[in-house]
Write a protein that binds this ligand. Structure first.
Ligand code: ZN
Ligand code: ZN
Length: 626
């Protein structure tokens, strides 16, 4: 059955190609089809036949040169240099003969592509390699470099594996008779997000996170959640409460593709490596090793926003901007050719921020919506964004005026970049030091401007005004640099991880800045119960702090303040607004990702306001969606 369908499809492809196409082989790469030709004329030609096939089969089809017609790499390099203008700033060419691909990493990818793809066509016709263009980060990033190298190195594994994935996706299916959801994590809680979707044909896992500060993991020991039997894993975004256990799946033998955006993949690697690093430093056992991270990357299929992709015989996936963090996505599943549509919000920001456009409502149908409820209570209303931004700028100005330093403890991803953009746009003229992972995340951000909000994107790509490369931002990379900044009398701003003062450079800074009353500590994020951040935010005048194995009291003389309204989550009104923008009326709203009372109360509010069934399932519950 499997072979038959695949063969039928491949026969159709062959039938649509001219006699002189000299086809060497046809393969799958996930849901896409790749044709390898032995004819240089056909490869470098106008490709009308391929375009017609795409229209006819409604599939992405790529034409690549068979290894026998590739030109030697030195010749290809010369040919590329001859057609690509110097201003494109080519940084690196990586040849992958297995795929017939040359990866071109450039500062200005648009100039490698050319008007309407003209330059790409010239590369094909003169270099006889299929060009793939990537943006070089404006700020060099070790994570991106290592990742790209790993993917290039695994070319032959990926070629076979991607073909296998394609054969599974195209293996055909009987009628879809039911769809179920199983709550594996982040139901009536925040943390360890994990949702299992099943049909008679397929099993899909959405997110697999950790619960920070605990040993609680998603309920993966259920028989129906068997890791090796999954068809696809989809990751909404790279925060640890959604992504932290993804490497575990792959260390335990998962062979299903991991679908996410490219920035999500890069950030996930950075965050999980850091997670292992911290566990090791603190002498805690970790649920997986770096092997799991590497395996996850090997099995990753990255998607663009709004690209529609078959991920199982009966399921089609679309990722949509979630407005929450770089590369973060809402997940839309189209199941059984219109049998059921499901939207999972992951984490959702339905408002414009300094970094992103509001979450997308560009999905055609959603009979079921699974929504987060971090701020799900009626009183969870945040101040207006511009007011919050104004408050932050005022506090910085006041502190600078009295010769003090501003400490901003922050999460590495999202909040920190948000603050960078706010400060850069306000024209701040004192140095802003980035300590901890903050610098690396900014570097990754500069590699993916197309994932930023429209205004910021325009500033970066067209007006050459990249806030992240502003000279006010300086990296702190060592203890010596930290000391130098501390000992200097110059007022400055320091953005440091962790956001809740649980270890990391922010605690070092607190220790050194707390006693001077000219300094200011500004909280911009949620402070969980039991953390040092919570104690300081509540106004404790002295906090216990570890030093040389002993606990001592640290007097807090610095000004302490909290700026509300810079959250990457929707508040109560924004959550409701998002649901109301759904084009068709949902039939069922499932509430998750909130404290128990928030999940339950938000479900009640939704039911009352929209007159639809709304529930807040408990962990381990399975619900039939249709
Ligand atoms: Zn998040
Ligand atoms: Zn979350």
């Amino acid at each position: 059955m499997v072979e038959l369908l695949t063969n039928e499809l491949f026969e159709k492809v062959k039938a649509g190609l001219p006699a002189d196409a000299e086809i060497a082989e046809i393969r799958f790469e996930g849901s896409e089809i790749v044709i390898y030709t032995k004819s240089r004329d056909f490869f470098g030609g106008d490709n009308t036949a391929i375009r017609e096939l795409v229209g006819q089969l409604k599939k992405r089809i790529h034409l690549r040169p068979h290894v026998s017609i590739l030109s030697p790499t030195e010749e290809a390099e010369k040919a590329i240099a001859a057609v690509v203008p110097e201003e494109a700033g080519i940084k690196e060419l990586v040849f992958q003969p297995e795929f017939g691909i040359v990866n071109i990493e450039a500062e200005k990818p648009g100039l490698v592509i050319g008007k309407g793809g003209e330059t790409l066509r010239e590369i094909r016709a003169t270099a006889f390699w299929a060009p793939v263009v990537k943006r070089a980060p404006v700020i060099p990033s070790d994570v991106i470099k290592t990742l790209r190298e790993l993917i290039y190195k695994e070319a032959s594994f990926r070629k076979d594996w991607l073909d296998k994935v394609g054969r599974r996706i195209h293996s055909g299916w009987k009628a879809t008779e039911w769809v179920t959801l199983t709550a594996l994590g982040a139901f009536r809680e925040v943390g360890r997000s994990c949702v299992l979707i099943r049909t008679p044909e397929s099993r899909i896992l959405m997110d697999c996170g950790v619960k920070p500060g605990t040993n609680e993991y998603p309920m993966l020991n259920l028989p129906e959640a068997e890791i090796t039997k999954l068809d696809a894993v989809i990751l909404s975004h790279a925060h640890m409460d959604h992504a932290g256990m993804i490497p575990f799946l792959y260390e335990m033998g998962c062979e299903a593709p991991l679908y996410c955006t490219t920035p999500t993949r890069d950030l996930m690697v950075m965050m999980t490596l850091d997670f292992l690093d911290i566990a090791q430093r603190e002498g805690r056992p970790a649920p997986y090793t770096s092997k799991g991270i590497k395996e996850a990357v090997k099995h990753c299929i990255t998607l663009d926003m709004e690209q529609v992709t078959d991920i199982a015989p009966d399921i089609r996936l679309t990722l949509l901007n979630d407005g929450h963090i770089l590369g973060g996505a809402l997940i839309h599943l189209h199941i059984g050719e219109g049998f059921h549509n499901l939207l999972y919000t992951g984490d959702l920001k339905f408002d414009r921020t300094a970094l992103f456009d509001p979450a997308s409502t560009n999905f055609s149908r959603a009979e079921t919506i699974i929504t987060e409820s971090t701020y799900g209570l009626h009183e969870d209303i945040q101040p207006r964004r511009f007011e919050a931004e104004g408050d932050l700028i005022d506090i910085v100005a006041k502190t600078v005026k009295r010769g003090g330093k501003v400490l901003l403890p922050s999460f590495a991803v999202e909040r920190s970049q948000d603050i960078q953009v706010i400060l850069a746009n306000a024209g701040i003229d004192v140095p802003v030091y980035l300590d901890g992972m903050v610098w690396d995340v900014s570097a990754i951000t500069t590699a993916y401007p197309e994932f930023l909000g429209r205004d910021l994107q325009r500033a970066v790509l067209q007006q050459n005004k990249n806030p992240f490369t502003s000279p006010v931002f300086k990296r702190i990379g060592s203890q010596e640099e930290r000391k130098k900044v501390f000992e200097s009398d110059e007022p400055c701003v320091i953005i440091a991880t962790s956001g809740m003062l649980i270890g990391g450079p922010s605690v070092w800074w607190l220790r050194h800045l707390a006693e001077d009353k000219r300094n200011t500590l500004v909280f911009v994020g949620y402070q969980a119960e039991g953390t040092l951040g919570r104690k300081v935010a509540k106004g404790w005048k002295e906090v216990p702090i570890e030093e040389g194995g002993r606990t001592k009291g640290l007097p807090i003389n610095m000004e302490v303040t909290t700026v509300e309204g810079l959250s990457g989550h929707s508040d109560y009104k924004q959550l409701l607004n998002f649901i109301s923008k759904s084009r068709t009326r949902p039939e069922l709203i499932i509430v998750n990702h909130g404290d128990p009372v928030k999940c339950v109360e938000f479900a009640r509010a939704v039911h009352r306001i929209f007159k639809v069934e709304a529930i807040a399932p408990k962990l381990l519950e399975t619900i039939r969606l249709r």
